[in-house]
Every structure is written in C-alpha cells, then in structure tokens.
Design a protein around this ligand. Structure first.
Ligand code: FE2
Length: 384
C-alpha cells in the first residue's frame, strides 16, 4: 500500500507517515537511519548491516522528507545529508507505533491451541508427497509451527529413515544419546524411556540448555498391546492454568525449576529454567515438564514453595486430563514430530509380548522455520 503523506515531527527526531487507507505510524530518525536499505548501510549481496549503532551521528535529525510518485518515502538526514528511500510496504510491515496491550502469556496470532478434538483430523502428510511436492512439504512444516505437532505416514521402514525426514528441513542435533536413539524395552536401561513402563506426558531433555527444540519419533515395529502415543499442547495447558488461577501461572513462570540427568557415569546434565517460560515482553515461549528429570527446586522462596507445588500439581493434572490429549497408535512407517518447547508427548505402558521399536532424534526449529520460509518464497516466485 502506498504512502500518501509524510511529515517531520518532534523537531526532526521522527516522521509521521500516512498510508492510503488512512492508517498512520510514527518512526524515529535513529530507527530509520539504522535500518536504511541503501548500499552504504547494508551489503547489497547478503543484506547484512555494514555500520554499527555508534556510526550514527549523535546529533542526527531528519531535515527533509517527501513522498515519491511510487508511494515510497524519501528521507534526508542531517547533519551529513545522507539520503535514503524506504518502500512503503516495507515500512508498513515493520510499524512499531502501537500501544503494547499484551498480557502475560500472550501468544502470536499464528499459534493454534488444541485439545483432544484435534484427534479427529491430526495434521498429517505422507513421506512420498513431502519428498516430491514442495507445497506439501512447506505446509506440513507450517503446521509444525502453528500446532507444534504433525504426523508423517508412508515413511521407509528402515533403520535411520527419520534422519532423512529431518534432512528435509534442517539438521539433526546430536546428543549423548547419539544422532538417533532406539526406544525399546531394555534390561538395565539408562533411561526409563527404554522400558515398557507408561510415561507421563513430558517434554524431552529439559536438563539440556539449550533444549532440543524439535523431536521426531518414528515407528519401525509395534506389535505389543498398549504402547500408544499421546501428545498434549503445553501452551493450551498453560493457558488453562492461567484462566483458572493466574497466580499459579505466574508462580510457574517467574520461578526457575531445575532439571537434571545423570543416567550414566559420563553424563551430568543440569538446567535451571521455568516450567512456563515467558519472553521479556510476556510472550509465552516455552514449556518444560518432565517428572522423571525434575531436580529439587531450590530457587523458589520458602514462602512460595507450598503454592508453587499446588501450581505444579494442577499443571500436571491438566497434562493428564484426557480432554487435552491426542492419542494414537503409531504404526510401522509412521512418525510424529513435536515442537519440544511446546508439545508434550507420552506413551502408555505395554505388554512384554511382541515388539515395540521406535527411533527418535532431535533437530531444531530455527532450521525448520528457515526452510519453510525459503520454500514459500520459491513457490511465490514461481506463482509470480
Ligand atoms: Fe520422551
């Protein structure tokens, strides 16, 4: 959308722009100069900024501005007469002139909260489609961003096939469990995951910092009784807790929990993070929940500990509420992927007869988002 008016305000310290639809936004001179798109400010090949913030004159001001026939805005800065042009859509997409009314625990509009009802139509695609059709792959990746969970069917039933799936969007995060790990009942396991016990819904590896942000679990064999998988939206749980009892939500958000894993003699992992993590502007950015690896909480003041445990208990009750879980039986050739900073996964206990063999691996969300964005850009280019 084109800009129709540009006025210098605050003695040159800012401008006010008006777009065709009547909306207005103010931009500071220093912000505009720092984010100029010209080639003296940014490398035209890689887009990286060539200047530091100290390179901006301390006595910077906007000396003139005009709207071009294209609807873009031309700005001249003093005292060095630097001139630059901003495209109207670029500025509109980056407007920051708004009152921040976000409440603690807010979520981006892209996030879709879900409960057991998602089981009727869980986000899913097939390996064949994802590997042959860019549009299918990019929308499957977007679902992982919006829902934090997706299924893939029709995968090769071979050892390590999940690594090929990770390679569709990013890179495996290798850990002490290896590039991938086998999840089946073992004698003397170094992790309770490698037994036939049921596991309460949890996020993986909260004792790691940074935590792996994606987990893939692929099924190679499943002939046991039980051993069903379930996923729970941690953001939906946190939101429910906040609606029921904002004080309890705040306790889990403001006090760090501690997590640890020392399942073998060469490993001693520890992390100190809250169960509900908020960013500096109150955005909910992660949930960590894992009864097996929670360490003694030593950062909660004595006066808050009883209520902290009440909040923790209620959070756990909501995690166990069947209304919040999508339960499914993973068959050979199927896998699911979770955003491990948001979606908890569980499995029911299974009997000793038959075989249940899953393989898991970790990867990271930044690579997934990057791949999805570049695939969408390629698709838009083709469409144009
Ligand atoms: Fe797990």
């Amino acid at each position: 959308m084109q800009i129709v008016q540009s006025d210098i305000i605050e003695n040159g310290q800012a401008i006010q722009l008006r777009w065709q639809d009547g909306t207005t936004a103010r931009f500071h001179a220093i912000w505009l100069r720092d984010n100029a798109l010209d080639e003296t400010t940014r490398n035209p090949v890689n887009g990286q900024r060539l200047r530091t913030v100290q390179d901006i004159p301390k006595d910077l001001k906007i000396t003139s501005t005009e709207v071009a026939a294209t609807g873009n805005v031309r700005i001249v800065f003093g005292p060095d007469h630097h001139e630059t042009v901003f495209p109207a859509p670029w500025l509109q997409a980056r407007s920051y002139d708004r009152t921040n009314l976000n409440k603690r625990g807010w979520l981006s509009d892209d996030i879709v909260l879900w409960s057991h009802k998602l089981a009727a139509q869980p986000p899913s695609t097939s390996y064949t489609l994802a590997t042959t059709d860019t549009g299918t792959l990019s929308s499957w990746l977007r679902t992982i961003e919006t829902h934090g969970f997706a299924i893939m069917s029709d995968c090769p039933r071979v050892d390590g096939a999940l690594l090929d799936v990770a390679a569709l969007f990013g890179y495996v995060r290798e850990t002490n469990y290896g590039k991938l790990f086998n999840v089946r009942a073992e004698v003397n396991p170094n992790n309770l995951a490698y037994t036939n016990l049921g596991l309460q819904a949890h996020t993986d590896n909260p004792y790691r910092d940074p935590v792996p942000t994606l987990q893939i679990l692929a099924c190679l064999e499943n002939t046991v009784e039980g051993g069903e998988s379930a996923v729970v939206d941690g953001y939906a749980i946190a939101r429910r807790l906040q609606e029921e009892n904002p004080y309890w939500f705040d306790l889990l958000a403001k006090h760090p929990a501690r997590f640890t894993y020392a399942g073998s003699s060469d490993i001693c992992l520890e992390a100190k993070r809250p169960m509900i993590e908020l960013g500096p502007d109150g955005e909910m950015i992660a949930v960590r929940f894992n009864n097996r690896s929670a360490a003694p909480f030593t950062d909660v003041p004595y006066d808050d500990m009883s209520e902290f445990y009440a909040a923790y208990r209620r959070f756990a009750e909501l995690v166990d509420d069947p209304e919040m879980a999508v339960t499914f039986r993973l068959e050979p050739g199927e896998l699911f992927i979770v955003d491990n900073t948001r979606v908890l996964h569980a499995r029911t206990a299974f009997s000793g007869t038959g075989q249940r063999w899953l393989q898991g691996c970790y990867a990271d969300k930044d690579g997934l988002v990057s791949t999805r964005k570049s695939l969408e850009a390629q698709l838009n280019e083709v469409a144009a």
